[in-house]
Write a protein that binds this ligand. Structure first.
Ligand SMILES: Nc1ncnc2c1ncn2[C@@H]1O[C@H](COP(=O)(O)OP(=O)(O)OP(=O)(O)O)[C@@H](O)[C@H]1O
Ligand SMILES: [Mg+2]
Length: 482
């Protein structure tokens, strides 16, 4: 799984931080295992230098993959031991801090402290011995894998802060002809004579090609605003929830929110609102292939006036075919020229003309990997925006992630790459979000609390508060989204 594949570099940070935590180290000193922990830290630092390269190479090299899997298991074992030490250290400081006499209330509350402590120490020592042997073996195997040090990845959250202000103000390239073609069909009488059915215009194209962007351009065009009594935008996604969609349209049209889950009631209300009005409805990101479900919604929408339009965006012609009343508009990839502009706008932002001249030849090779997909061009441009060093650009061009066979990855290589180049702390936080279903809405505070509770927001510097670091992580991730 994607998260598991790439988790190690970030997990390393957590373990390394634990290895320098003060209460634990003091306890380790008393237990005379301090030097072992120091050896572990040095070895992990040494291995960490090649983990990024290994994470890329594992895609094609099974020996590297096995080595990484073993290293991951070992890192978890180390963390286990450190956690045991940590809780023992805390327990001990609690007892000692509570008073020196044996009549201490706390000491009486933990009567078995001494005996259980000794027993568990034996167990831990055995575990530590095993870890030492396994670490030696992992280090030896590493030399056969020819891994390079310091490839990709960056390790601090504050190393770059990208602005979010431009997210909604980007320039759209090369879609004027598509837009005008759809506008003509939208504003003409064509398709009105299809009986009582609502007119449906689908925009079909692969993920990230720009369907939603094109639909937004049309939705916001002055002619559309003038032509229709009202416009409604509903984001549908992979769950075609008839109740939710009907309610969303009703709320938008009536301006009142509703908690009702009663479908017939909602349908009735919506029909009354739509009655005699000409509406323009966008159903964005449709996946539903069940004609019966669609006809349930379509029946309600028929209450609108003749000339009402539903515009739907979808990746699949099969989805469009059960809804359309006019031929689908197939959205192609951007031309090289336009795709380059999308890439260059971001990649060369805030850069001197000299630096741009130096990087442009590599940029021209890199952007070809985007294959005309604006999502890929934006992602790559955004990744390179903060990197002014030619070697970083070359590394990206030569990344093995480009060679990932399509069947091994359900995501575009360029998106895999953008994950790879996240600072490690952000990798963990981002990967954690994969436990939520697609389009799950969560509160920022709730997510940050989850991250904190899971120990993902580790490595605090002096005076830092976890929730604040979590907040910085959140905004950093947000600023990287397209
Ligand atoms: N013509 C364009 N010029 C510049 N940027 C674009 C263009 N088209 C799309 N983009 C950008 O590319 C990204 C993906 O576009 P969009 O969300 O419209 O794709 P999509 O086809 O709807 O993808 P999905 O199938 O995942 O819903 C967005 O960040 C958008 O800003
Ligand atoms: Mg979309």
């Amino acid at each position: 799984m994607f998260v598991g594949e790439v988790f190690l570099s970030s997990f390393f940070e957590v373990v390394l931080d634990k290895l320098v935590a003060t209460p634990l180290l003091e306890y380790a000193r008393r237990q005379k295992v301090e030097s072992t922990l120091e050896d572990w830290r040095k070895t992990l630092l040494h291995l960490q230098a090649v983990v990024n390269d290994a994470e890329q190479k594992q895609i094609k090299d099974t020996a590297v993959k096995m080595w990484l899997d073993d290293l991951k298991a070992l890192a978890y074992d180390i963390e286990d031991v450190l956690d045991e030490f940590d809780s023992e250290a805390r327990r001990r400081s609690l007892v000692e801090g509570s008073g020196q006499t044996s009549t201490s209330k706390v000491r009486r509350l933990i009567p078995t402290f001494h005996s259980s402590g000794v027993r568990s120490n034996d167990k831990i020592r055995k575990k530590m011995k095993k870890i030492n042997q396994e670490l030696d073996a992992v280090v030896k195997r590493k030399s056969d894998l020819h891994l390079r040090e310091g490839v990709g990845g960056v390790s601090t959250v504050n190393e770059e802060r990208l602005t979010t202000s431009s997210v909604d103000e980007f320039e759209v390239y090369g879609r004027e002809a598509d837009k005008e073609k759809i506008m003509q069909s939208l504003l003409s009488d064509e398709g009105h004579g299809t009986g009582r059915k609502v007119r449906v215009i689908p925009i079909v194209g692969m993920g990230g090609v720009g369907k939603t962007t094109l639909a937004q351009m049309i939705y916001n065009d002055g002619r559309v605003k003038d032509e229709f009594d009202f416009r409604v935008w509903v984001y549908v996604s992979d769950q075609f929830d008839l109740v939710g969609i009907t309610r969303a349209i009703l709320e938008s049209v009536s301006g009142h929110s509703s908690d009702s889950k009663n479908l017939p009631l909602l349908e009735d209300k919506l029909q009354k609102e739509l009655n005699g009005k000409r509406f323009f409805l966008v159903l964005d990101d449709m996946w539903n292939q069940d004609p019966i479900r669609w006809s349930g919604l379509e029946k309600t929408l028929r209450a609108g006036a003749r000339g009402s339009v539903v515009m739907v965006t979808t990746r699949h012609e099969d989805v469009a075919s059960i809804m359309r009343t006019t031929p689908s508009h197939h959205l192609s990839e951007l031309s090289d020229e336009h795709c380059w502009l999308v890439f260059a706008d971001l990649a060369f932002e805030n850069i001197t003309p000299d630096a741009r001249q130096n990087l442009e030849p590599i940029g021209r090779q890199i952007f070809k990997k985007c294959k005309g997909l604006p999502l890929a061009a934006k992602t790559l441009g955004g990744l390179l925006r903060s990197k002014h060093d030619k070697n970083a650009w070359k590394n990206m061009l030569n990344s093995e992630i480009w060679d990932l066979p399509a069947e091994q990855s359900s995501i575009l290589p360029v998106l895999h790459l953008s994950y790879h180049y996240l600072p490690s702390i952000l990798k963990q936080c981002f990967a954690y979000c994969s436990i939520f279903p697609k389009d799950h809405e969560f509160q920022k505070e709730e997510l940050i609390l989850f991250w904190v509770a899971q120990g993902l927001v580790g490595g605090l510097k002096g005076g830092e508060i976890m929730e604040e670091v979590g907040e910085a992580c959140f905004h950093n991730l947000l600023s990287r989204s397209c």
